[in-house]
Design a protein around this ligand. Structure first.
Ligand code: M6R
Length: 608
């Protein structure tokens, strides 16, 4: 999704701004642009498509500047085009970049047109430049103009703005969209994503909603929502030391799939000891709070929601708690009834997903015992706004398709199920069994990754089709959904998932030789029933690709049965995810899609 970077420095900033845009490419975008202050003019360059095209323009024009703003755009209002790309400007006086959505843009646009402003783009963002220009005329300084503009703006935004009459400082503002400052040597930076400026500094200030900040090469000043000057904490993080290169791999997604044994180890490390989960791993006081829990509500989106659906089974079987799972985008709109002693759980890789954050903020007004976040980004809004949090420690996930984030979320959610059971003094023998199995999990994942050759053998048959059906039962149904999501998002093959028992209630009509069926058949009490469901597919000419426990035998038309490594049943959903990730990756590779940045998608979805 959109990315902002801004810099005020004693050196030329063009190159570092473009490098910052490259670092944010993983988020997904359709165009890029830059505005560089050149004392009496602004160099304004934009390009539809990759950041490299913008960089080519920069190389051709070689603009020099010590103050600038830059942006990658992911279209919300208006098609992807150069004219809709940021920065937007007003009368060559004010240039802005914006992340988020201005909800009252129609009304503001009309009023600005009446004030004589001409709109060149179809975006909601352009009006911010005009508003700032209007208010600069009244106030003569950008901080005051920003507060006047903020009073008019409804919605979510992170903004960076430069004024033609000020070649030393720029102004940024944050409301419900991430924005941070970076304190460099002889330069101060602002960005929506720490990765954009992580090579330039280890010192970050995470702005809060309502904040406005002015930055120059030597100084910064932050004001809060009430325009009171404030001091915000400086957080030290060494982002440059976190592995963000592809190394020997073709794609980040491939690298992240193979990182899973280590990532899972990092999730459980220091959180289990002896035969049990350790106390208070979700934060001080969490063990006491968990003892009071009588009901669980999970909210999340996409892959994180699938992790929640798997975990709901564990909360039931291990923690003996009822659990409801909602799409974060739907939760607020169903007028949810909150039972006494309910715990809210949010799950998010990025911790910046707008729908999940909005659900958390909404839930805070309700009568929950407290909120627990399962999150991969310690500096995220979700981490800061949750009462308790468990970081999945997966390391940066750059590929848009979530892989290691998902399996580490599952490991984190298993730790939560165990912690709840422990606080409620339930199932000590089962807890011991799961803790023992968790210790072997990285090794079992390592074994599972060796299935690559067998997956390579079936990938061409799936890559040549336009549709695919994924089947699973019980806790494997959300895993089947995750498999279908992976396949559709990176290979653009239409894929759906069903609980296998539902086949005969409709989807069986789709089965023919052009509909590959990918099924998950672990050893379970319903394995036989699942095999019967798969026979129904076979009898109708469907080709089956079954990931199965070695004990499950069946004949498949021209498809394949791939035997899975053994592990404790409760952890098998994690193991069965791995071949589905590998399969979608290999299929996408054959289809030649943009695997790390699939079309139309963004890594971190910061608009509702
Ligand atoms: O950062 P989050 O976990 O909150 O993101 C939620 C979804 O946008 C994300 O899982 C999305 O579905 C992935 N692209 C799936 O691979």
């Amino acid at each position: 999704m959109c990315g902002i970077i801004a810099a005020a420095s004693t050196r030329n900033v063009g190159k570092l701004l473009v490098q910052g845009l490259h670092k944010m490419e993983y988020r997904g975008y359709d165009s890029a642009g830059i505005a560089l202050h050149q004392n009496d003019s602004i160099a304004h360059l934009r390009a539809l498509g990759k950041v490299q095209l913008l960089e080519d323009k920069m190389v051709a024009e070689k603009p020099k500047s010590k103050l600038g703003i830059a942006h990658t755009r992911w279209a919300t209002h208006g098609e992807p085009s150069e004219i809709n790309a940021h920065p937007h400007q007003s009368k060559n006086n004010v240039y802005i970049v914006h992340n988020g959505i201005i909800e009252n843009y129609i009304e503001l646009r009309e009023s600005l047109i009446k004030d004589g402003y001409e709109f060149l783009s179809q975006t909601d963002s352009e009006l911010i430049a005009h508003l700032l220009d209007l208010y600069l005329k009244q106030s003569n300084n950008m901080i005051d103009a920003m507060y006047l503009a903020k009073a008019k703006l409804e919605g979510a935004y992170a903004i960076a703005a430069i004024d033609i009459n000020d070649n030393e400082s720029l102004v940024v503002a944050r409301n419900k969209s991430p924005l941070l400052l970076g304190l460099g040597t002889d330069e101060i930076l602002a960005a929506s994503d720490p990765l954009a400026i992580g090579q330039l500094t280890n010192e970050f200030i995470f702005l809060e909603d309502g904040d406005v900040a002015e930055i120059s090469a030597e100084a910064y000043t932050i004001f809060d929502a009430n325009k009171k000057q404030v001091t915000r904490e400086i957080t030290k993080i060494d982002i440059s030391s976190q592995a963000t290169s592809k190394g020997e791999y073709k794609h980040y997604m491939e690298k992240e799939i193979y990182e899973q044994p280590q990532a899972i180890l990092n999730t459980i490390d220091g959180r289990i000891g002896g035969d049990d989960v350790l106390d208070n791993i979700f934060g001080l006081g969490s063990a006491e709070l968990f003892a009071q829990v009588e009901r669980i509500q999970i909210v999340a989106c996409g892959t994180s929601l699938h992790a929640g659906r798997v975990a709901a089974n564990w909360f039931s079987s291990i923690s003996e708690l009822p659990c409801q799972v909602d799409y974060a985008s739907e939760y607020r709109y169903r007028n949810p009834h909150v039972d006494k002693n309910s715990l809210l759980i949010t799950i998010s890789q990025s911790g910046e997903t707008a729908d999940t954050l909005a659900a958390l903020r909404y839930a805070k007004e309700k009568d929950y015992l407290g909120s627990v976040g399962i999150c991969n980004v310690p500096t995220s809004s979700l981490a800061r706004e949750s009462d308790f949090v468990l970081f999945t420690n997966a390391g940066p996930e750059i590929g848009v398709a979530s892989t290691k984030a998902f399996t580490t979320q599952l490991a984190g959610l298993m730790l939560l199920a165990l912690s709840l059971a422990k606080s409620r003094e339930l199932n000590p023998i089962l807890r011991k069994r799961v803790v023992t199995a968790l210790r072997t999990l990285p090794e079992v994942i390592h074994e599972t990754l060796k299935l690559k050759d067998q997956i390579l053998a079936i990938a061409p048959a799936i890559a040549s089709k336009d549709n695919a059906l994924f089947l699973g039962r019980g806790v494997f149904y959300p895993i089947a959904k995750e498999g279908a999501l992976k396949l559709k998002e990176i290979s653009y093959i239409h894929a759906e998932a069903y609980p296998a028992g539902e086949l005969k209630h409709g989807p069986l009509a789709l089965i023919d030789e052009n509909m590959p069926v990918i099924a998950l058949a672990p050893e379970s009490e319903i394995a036989e029933k699942l095999v019967s469901n798969l026979e129904e597919v076979k009898a109708r000419g469907g080709t089956l690709y079954v990931f199965a426990d070695p004990s499950v035998t069946m004949d498949v038309n021209n498809g394949a049965v791939i035997s899975m490594p053994k592990c404790d049943f409760l952890l098998t959903p994690i193991i069965y995810t791995i071949p589905l990730q590998l399969l979608s990756y290999e299929v996408a590779l054959l289809r030649g899609t943009d695997i790390d940045q699939p079309r139309n998608l963004a890594k971190s979805v910061t608009v509702e």
